[in-house]
Design a protein around this ligand. Structure first.
Ligand SMILES: [Zn+2]
Length: 77
Protein backbone atom coordinates (compact mmCIF):
# COMPACT_ATOMS: atom_id res chain seq x y z
CA UNK A 1 0.00 0.00 0.00
CA UNK A 2 1.42 3.36 -1.03
CA UNK A 3 0.32 6.30 1.10
CA UNK A 4 -0.49 9.60 -0.59
CA UNK A 5 2.55 11.84 -0.53
CA UNK A 6 1.73 14.67 1.85
CA UNK A 7 4.42 14.09 4.49
CA UNK A 8 7.13 16.25 2.97
CA UNK A 9 10.50 15.76 4.66
CA UNK A 10 13.91 17.32 4.43
CA UNK A 11 16.03 15.24 2.10
CA UNK A 12 13.15 13.87 0.02
CA UNK A 13 14.28 13.19 -3.53
CA UNK A 14 11.43 13.75 -5.95
CA UNK A 15 10.80 13.72 -9.67
CA UNK A 16 8.76 16.63 -10.98
CA UNK A 17 6.25 16.57 -13.83
CA UNK A 18 8.23 19.17 -15.78
CA UNK A 19 12.01 19.09 -16.14
CA UNK A 20 14.09 22.06 -15.03
CA UNK A 21 15.44 24.17 -17.93
CA UNK A 22 18.85 22.56 -17.27
CA UNK A 23 17.31 19.16 -18.03
CA UNK A 24 17.30 17.99 -14.42
CA UNK A 25 14.28 15.94 -13.37
CA UNK A 26 15.17 15.16 -9.77
CA UNK A 27 14.96 17.58 -6.86
CA UNK A 28 15.89 17.43 -3.20
CA UNK A 29 13.79 19.07 -0.48
CA UNK A 30 16.06 21.53 1.36
CA UNK A 31 13.59 23.74 3.22
CA UNK A 32 10.17 23.14 4.80
CA UNK A 33 7.53 25.72 5.60
CA UNK A 34 4.60 27.46 3.92
CA UNK A 35 6.89 27.42 0.90
CA UNK A 36 8.91 24.34 0.06
CA UNK A 37 12.55 24.82 -0.94
CA UNK A 38 13.86 22.36 -3.49
CA UNK A 39 17.26 22.02 -5.10
CA UNK A 40 17.72 20.80 -8.64
CA UNK A 41 19.96 17.73 -8.73
CA UNK A 42 21.16 18.74 -12.19
CA UNK A 43 22.42 22.29 -11.59
CA UNK A 44 22.04 22.76 -7.78
CA UNK A 45 19.79 25.78 -8.25
CA UNK A 46 17.37 26.33 -5.37
CA UNK A 47 13.72 27.23 -5.88
CA UNK A 48 10.96 28.12 -3.42
CA UNK A 49 7.41 27.14 -4.32
CA UNK A 50 4.16 27.09 -2.33
CA UNK A 51 3.42 23.72 -0.72
CA UNK A 52 0.18 23.21 -2.71
CA UNK A 53 1.99 23.87 -5.99
CA UNK A 54 4.85 21.58 -4.97
CA UNK A 55 2.46 18.70 -4.27
CA UNK A 56 0.77 19.21 -7.65
CA UNK A 57 4.09 19.22 -9.51
CA UNK A 58 5.66 16.18 -7.87
CA UNK A 59 5.34 13.11 -10.03
CA UNK A 60 7.22 10.52 -7.98
CA UNK A 61 8.82 10.33 -4.55
CA UNK A 62 12.06 8.63 -5.51
CA UNK A 63 13.72 8.46 -2.10
CA UNK A 64 12.14 9.67 1.16
CA UNK A 65 14.21 11.64 3.64
CA UNK A 66 14.83 10.41 7.20
CA UNK A 67 11.77 10.17 9.45
CA UNK A 68 11.92 12.90 12.11
CA UNK A 69 8.88 11.45 13.96
CA UNK A 70 10.28 7.97 14.35
CA UNK A 71 11.57 8.57 17.86
CA UNK A 72 8.15 9.82 18.99
CA UNK A 73 6.40 6.78 17.52
CA UNK A 74 8.81 4.43 19.26
CA UNK A 75 8.23 6.16 22.58
CA UNK A 76 4.48 5.53 22.32
CA UNK A 77 4.90 1.75 22.37
ZN1 LIG B 1 18.48 22.49 -12.90
Amino acid sequence: MTPVYTDIRMGDIVRMRKPHPCGGLQWEVVRLGADIGIRCQGCSRRVLIPRSQYLRQVKTLISPGPQPDRQIELNKE
